[in-house]
Every structure is written in C-alpha cells, then in structure tokens.
Design a binder for this molecule. Structure first.
Ligand SMILES: [Zn+2]
Length: 72
C-alpha cells in the first residue's frame, strides 16, 4: 500500500499525533478499521526530536470524502 506524504506534524492535533484520530480527516479511528502508518520522527526546529504514531482510516474513499467536506 502506498502512503501519501503525511501532513506536517505541527499542524496536527495531539490526538492525531497519538494515533487516536486519522491524520487526514481527524475522524476517530476504530481498531481494525484503521491503518498504522508506522512510527514517524519529528524534528522541530526549536526542540528535541520525538516520535509520533500516525494512523489513518482504512477506507480511503470515506476518509477523502470527510477531508473534502471539512477542509483544514
Ligand atoms: Zn480519515
């Protein structure tokens, strides 16, 4: 599965950074219906590097529809 580039971590909510909500549509993810995007490393310009754990909706069509409806 191809993963598109993740949004900048600084633009995501804490819930999205922790994998509780989809990184794309920020909808709460459901175990078994989500995609683990793997550990990511963030390197803020003004702080220490840290790990974050993005997750996304397994149903990309539904996710894309939500994203289109609620642009950030
Ligand atoms: Zn989503």
């Amino acid at each position: 599965m191809t993963v598109k580039d993740l949004p900048p971590v600084a633009e995501l909510s804490e819930q999205q950074q922790r994998g509780w909500r989809c990184v794309w549509c920020s909808f709460p993810v459901t175990v078994g219906e989500d995609v683990d995007l793997g550990e990511q490393r963030a390197r803020p310009a003004d702080g220490a590097a840290y790990s974050w754990f993005p997750r996304a909706c397994a149903d990309t069509e539904v996710c894309a529809a939500r994203t289109a409806k609620e642009p950030r």
